[in-house]
Design a protein around this ligand. Sequence first.
Ligand code: SF4
Length: 166
Amino acid sequence: MKYAQIREFDVSNGVGIRTTLFVSGCHGLCDGCFNKDYWDFDFGTEWSKEIEDKFIEFGKKKIITGFSFLGGEPLMQNKDIMINLLKRIKSETHKSIWMWTGFELEKLTKSQKEIIKYVDILVDGRFIIDKKNLKLSFRGSSNQRILHNDGFGNWENKSEFYDNKI
Ligand code: SF4
């Protein structure tokens, strides 16, 4: 797995101050994608144990609310690496995990579903330029949803809640 960027203190992607990872690689090819440089799976730096340790240490800081994953496409990465990372965040920090994916929840593969088990909030769906709406919280087009994981495999659409709150 390669990554394009780590933001130690990110106030744009999710609630609070978050530590964010932008992974490299996406086949989404959405017209108007905000991060075209990150489509290439070879873009950026190889993920390693050292970087993983550093990333988790960043997020352990008191000021950090949680972790966020964007891309690229977090659900097209090496599954074992991703699950190991998410598990470590849960066990070592107990902080929330947000993830953005171009896939829709209902269309995820079995293997992608195994990854999102560790995610608290999933923002799903492709960016559709015709549905672009700058008033939405944490997403660019109205087809995208902010979904909450209840921890038992059920996801609730909380988009309206965030649109009214923020
Ligand atoms: S899924 Fe995200 S990263 Fe991929 S093309 Fe669409 S907007 Fe860009």
